[in-house]
Design a protein around this ligand. Structure first.
Ligand SMILES: Nc1ncnc2c1ncn2[C@@H]1O[C@H](COP(=O)(O)OP(=O)(O)OP(=O)(O)O)[C@@H](O)[C@H]1O
Ligand SMILES: [Zn+2]
Length: 700
């Protein structure tokens, strides 16, 4: 009999160790997928390498099975090639760093379908896949022979960047390229080089809706190669098929969202993280990993080149570039040398007041005129408003009732099309009441403006213009986003209204005006990253205008604000990312915030706010004791519990407490102890339904 360690999905705080021991008649290679008995069930697991490869030993408070008779492995999925050692190491690092169990991370990042299949079922899938793949490969070879893709001449800056990377040993580079500077072409050339060297390339994008256009460009460039995508909108069968193609080395290119960072790639040579600053690279539940940060780790682990691309890098990445940790490559010019749009900041307090009883104007007269001129010339305008729905709240003019959510500390949003009130936090939805539910008054009014209302108002302001809207509500159906984007690209739309969805990454060729209709909300939130995020969003949005060199001269970015003197807008006017970053970094350094400090949040949820707070206070005491015992008390700050921005969601009160340290090491040591100590608090704080540690949290 052979003894083997198996990673199974037990939470970090279950009291069981990271892995459990089983026995098997056949020796099983590390990385083999198995089913093993746990309690009364058979659960999926992965045969884990014998030794820890990343970091210190796991605490051994769990069932180290020395004293017990070992249970046998129920089944090994032997037809699947074992997951490579580097994959196990990436998972192990993720588990340690983000304070989860190895098995939890390992199993949560595999395609869900894989856990359901037995060996015979899996073998059948792979045979089927191989048959199809051969057919498709024949087709690809034929089309590759027929149409060698035409390569554009590189711009001088693209050539410089590629030359700098060509001879360099694999490392993590920052590509700081302004919007429209042709970063994608750099990715394509790097992928080409990786493929030519017999290796695989992984390209990460922040959002699913950016995958189709990028996929199209990669398919066109590499007609003879197999490309697969990985994101959460695939069917379970597709996701498994794509994952298998990558893992078995059949796919040369993998394009995906953050979850793709865990895709095993036996010949990995390149990882590109496009729009590396984007918050969606951070997973917001379970193992709260940052795919961007893991890309850097994985590149080092597997000897792959990593390229982080952005026009507005995250301050963490920028800081690493400033301090020489990442070589910085710059593309400061747009392809075709067109200028970046000129920025117009409109003071909304100086605009004509609406007549009494009339809603405030959606567009300042000067902006309206600028859009009209574009409609007349056949150019497109893009209006950006980061709030979907018709109005963020309904209000009774008689008694002051507001459409709050009974389950959350938030308003329910009025959606006019289907006449519903919807909570964007817990999804609680009701028909709009005819009269005020409190006093029966019939006059209930929408307050404020979402994209649905903006679309309506713009339609009224610009009769004759073709107005369209793209946001999460208009793109629910599969394929609808592609359709709507295609209409924009084809020139069937004059004015496009949308949320953040339309401001990122799209290569619109006819847009010459972009306007941020109401960005002020983001200026004054308590989150220390709010200015960084708003600046990036506005720069990205501006970057959608004037991308075709022939219209770049007359491209404009408009901002409607009540705070025109805010320094953020001055930096935006100058398109001066470096200046903005420098001032932000200075503030962060003075305040002791990232990247000059490292943070973790402990979050807790309970029906009762006092219970959640009580738990966190006890946790804070516990952490203080641990920190002193570990000798890191001096280096760690433990803050008092506070409510987050939206404190109650779906009937549960949320509280959080911040842990901060100037050094990563002491913080990590404390967290590793803490995560195992916290469960002991549960008996005295039974009302706490959930708690979680978030390492390097993005929102505070
Ligand atoms: N060397 C080149 N010659 C001609 N056209 C090019 C070249 N490189 C890129 N382009 C074109 O320039 C446009 C902008 O490129 P791309 O979309 O890669 O910009 P980007 O840097 O990714 O911008 P953003 O940050 O806004 O997404 C695209 O239409 C692309 O096809
Ligand atoms: Zn709600």
């Amino acid at each position: 009999m052979n003894r083997c360690r198996v990673a199974v999905d037990t939470p970090a705080h279950s009291g069981l160790g990271d892995t459990l021991d089983y026995e098997s008649e056949q020796p099983l290679a590390p990385g083999t997928l198995v089913r093993v008995p746990l309690g009364r069930r058979d659960v999926p697991g992965i045969v884990w390498p014998a030794e820890d490869t990343a970091g210190p030993d796991a605490p051994t408070d769990g069932a180290s099975a020395e004293d017990f008779a070992l249970k046998p492995v129920a089944e090994a999925l032997a037809s699947l090639p074992p997951l490579p050692p580097a994959w196990c190491q990436l998972v192990e690092f993720t588990a340690r760093y983000y304070q989860r169990s190895v098995g939890e991370v390992a199993l949560s990042v595999l395609p869900p379908e894989l856990r359901k299949l037995d060996d015979a079922g899996l073998a059948k899938r792979m045979r089927l896949q191989d048959k199809r793949a051969t057919k498709a490969a024949d087709g690809r070879l034929a089309s590759a022979a027929a149409s060698a893709p035409a390569l554009p001449d590189l711009t001088p800056e693209q050539a410089t960047v590629l030359a700098a990377m060509e001879g360099a040993p694999p490392a993590c580079h920052l590509l700081h390229g302004v919007t429209g500077s042709g970063k994608t072409e750099v990715y394509l050339r790097l992928a080409e080089a990786a493929l030519a060297a017999g290796r695989q390339a992984l390209v990460l994008v922040p959002e699913i809706n950016l995958t189709p256009q990028l996929e199209a460009r990669f398919v066109a460039r590499f007609p003879g190669r197999r490309l697969v995508s990985l994101h959460s909108a695939l069917t379970p069968a597709q996701r498994l098929a794509h994952w298998l193609a990558a893992h078995r080395g059949q796919a040369d290119l993998v394009l995906g969202t953050r979850l793709a960072i865990f895709c095993p790639l036996p010949r990995l040579g390149l990882i590109v993280v496009d729009e590396e600053h984007d918050p969606s690279y951070k997973q917001q539940d379970g193992a709260r990993y940052s795919a961007r940060d893991l890309a850097v780790y994985r590149g080092k682990l597997e000897g792959a080149t990593v390229l982080l691309g952005s026009a507005t890098p995250s301050l963490e990445t920028w800081h690493h570039a400033q301090t020489g940790r990442y070589p910085r490559l710059t593309m400061a010019e747009r392809v075709g040398q067109g200028p970046l749009p000129s920025v117009h900041v409109i003071d909304m307090s100086q605009q004509p007041r609406p007549a009494p009883g009339e809603p405030p104007v959606a567009l300042a007269p000067a902006l309206k005129a600028a859009i009209e001129a574009r409609v007349a010339r056949g150019e497109q305008s893009l209006l950006f408003l980061n709030r979907r729905g018709f109005a963020p709240v309904l209000h009774c003019t008689a008694c002051g009732w507001k459409s709050d959510c009974p389950h959350c500390s938030a308003w329910r949003v009025f959606h006019k099309l289907d006449r519903t009130l919807r909570c964007h936090h817990c999804a609680f939805t009701e028909r709009v009441p005819r009269a005020c539910p409190e006093c029966g008054n019939l006059d209930i009014q929408p307050v404020g403006r979402g994209t649905e209302k903006l679309e309506e108002q713009v339609g009224e302001l610009l009769p004759g213009a073709r107005v369209a809207r793209i946001d999460a509500d208009t793109t629910r159906l599969k394929g609808s986003l592609e359709q709507q984007l295609a209409a924009v690209h084809a020139g069937d739309v004059d004015v496009l209204v949308g949320t953040q969805m339309v401001t990122k990454g799209h290569d619109f060729r006819r847009v010459t005006l972009v306007a941020a209709v109401d960005p002020d909300g983001a200026l004054f939130t308590a989150d220390f990253r709010a200015p960084e995020r708003l600046f990036a969003t506005l720069m990205q949005a501006a970057g959608r205008a004037g991308r075709a060199a022939e219209v770049a001269q007359r491209s404009e970015m408009w901002v409607q604000t009540y705070n025109p003197a805010h320094p953020l807008f001055a930096a935006l006017k100058a398109h001066d990312y470096a200046r903005f970053a420098a001032s932000q970094l200075q503030e962060r350094e003075m305040a002791g915030l990232p990247p000059f400090a490292h943070l973790a949040l402990l979050r807790a949820e309970a029906r009762d706010a006092d219970v959640a707070e009580g738990f966190l206070r006890a946790a804070r005491e516990q952490a203080r004791t641990w920190a002193d015992e570990l000798g890191v008390g001096e280096q760690i700050s433990l803050y008092a519990p506070v409510p987050p921005h939206v404190a109650r969601v779906a009937g549960y009160e949320r509280r959080q407490m911040l842990v901060e340290s100037a050094l990563r090491g002491p913080l990590q040591r404390l967290l590793a102890q803490w995560v195992h100590g916290l469960p002991s608090l549960r008996s005295q704080h039974k009302g706490v339904v959930r708690w979680a540690i978030d390492v390097d949290p993005l929102t505070i």
